[in-house]
Design a protein around this ligand. Structure first.
Ligand SMILES: *[C@@H]1O[C@H](CO)[C@@H](O)[C@H](O)[C@H]1NC(C)=O
Ligand SMILES: *[C@@H]1O[C@H](CO)[C@@H](O)[C@H](O)[C@H]1NC(C)=O
Length: 297
């Protein structure tokens, strides 16, 4: 009867621990939903890897109205090897920025591209040479290629671009960066403005999920993870939660055992360990007991 109850408690506890652990493991469906995009050096080693599930939020204009559309970047999209580069220069807002460039051609969406430009230039508040940042994101949307989804576009092809202001760091630039040699790691959803100012054309936002990004790489695999702020607290909690759960389990087991013991008849206890119930006046003889135990061996 008692045994059944404690087994019930233990199994409930086990389920609880499993649930806690499960919360921190990536669901399989999500893992299948991220694209991996690499820009390779001439020696075949990647200089940029972007691994993420990407969504675009675009303002799409027709002659008489505009709506917001969400485009999921197919994970089967590919890297444009002609445009992408490990060593190029991006001219924008009157600046010439030494950069690494990744262009993704959206799969099954002819004429749709996303450009990601990375730099170590300290104009972008990076510690020159020590950090890299994603300083510009441009999107080209060829609405005309899919009249069913995008009827009557005002402009068949629309460019969305991140306007560079060296005195005012963009959302993306201020968020997606890491030390050279490290990777930017951010599993949670992050949505950033590419453009939220009418002055620079129609609005565009980009959302990243399950993200790992590294530029200026010199080896084929990601460096040490540099976790984004919103995922830091939950990562720090994992060892604490798992630790407390295990500690709880140990205490529970101990308590159950001790309760179980108190219900055992005295003879059984003495049979198992005659020293477990020594009384206070035998304290002196304790040393001798130890000796005699040793002599047995
Ligand atoms: C993004 O578009 C702007 C405006 O057309 C352009 O100046 C800039 O060079 C482009 N940047 C990239 C990385 O393609
Ligand atoms: C939209 O306007 C452009 C020029 O302003 C015109 O050429 C085009 O035919 C118009 N499209 C529709 C669907 O009315």
């Amino acid at each position: 009867m008692k045994g059944a109850l404690s087994r019930k408690i233990v199994s409930k506890f086990t389920i609880f621990i499993l649930l806690v652990l499960q919360g921190f493991v990536e669901p399989a469906s999500d893992a299948a939903n991220k694209g991996v995009y690499k820009v390779l050096n001439t020696n075949g080693v990647p200089c940029v890897i972007v691994q993420a599930d990407i969504y675009l939020y675009l303002t799409y204009q027709t002659n008489d109205s505009e709506k917001d559309v969400v485009v999921h970047v197919p994970t089967s999209s590919t890297v444009d090897k002609t445009i992408s580069s490990c060593d190029t220069s991006i001219t924008t807002s009157g600046l010439s920025v030494s950069a690494q460039l990744l262009r993704i051609n959206l799969d099954h969406m002819s004429g749709w591209t996303i450009d990601f430009a990375f730099t170590k230039d300290n104009t972008f508040k990076t510690e020159s040479g020590k950090e890299f940042t994603l300083f510009q994101v441009n999107v080209t949307a060829n609405f005309a290629s899919d009249p069913k989804s995008f009827p009557d576009p005002k402009y068949p092809v629309q460019n969305y671009y991140l306007h560079i202001d060296p005195t005012d760091l963009s959302d993306i630039g201020g968020s997606i960066f890491a030390d050279v040699g490290n990777s930017y790691y951010c599993p949670s959803e992050q949505k950033y403005a590419i453009n939220d100012n009418d002055k620079y054309g129609p609005m565009a936002y980009i959302k990243f999920k399950l993200t790992t990004i590294q530029a200026y790489m010199t080896s084929a695999t990601f460096g040490t993870k540099s976790t984004c702020p919103s995922d830091q607290s939950s990562t720090d909690l994992v060892p604490i939660i798992v630790g407390s759960a295990l500690a709880g389990l140990i205490v529970l087991t101990l308590v159950v055992y001790l309760i179980y013991r108190t219900f055992l008849p005295e003879e059984v206890l003495n049979l198992v360990n005659p020293e477990s119930h020594f009384d206070s006046d035998s304290a002196e003889g304790h040393d001798n007991d130890k000796h005699s135990t040793l002599e047995h061996f």
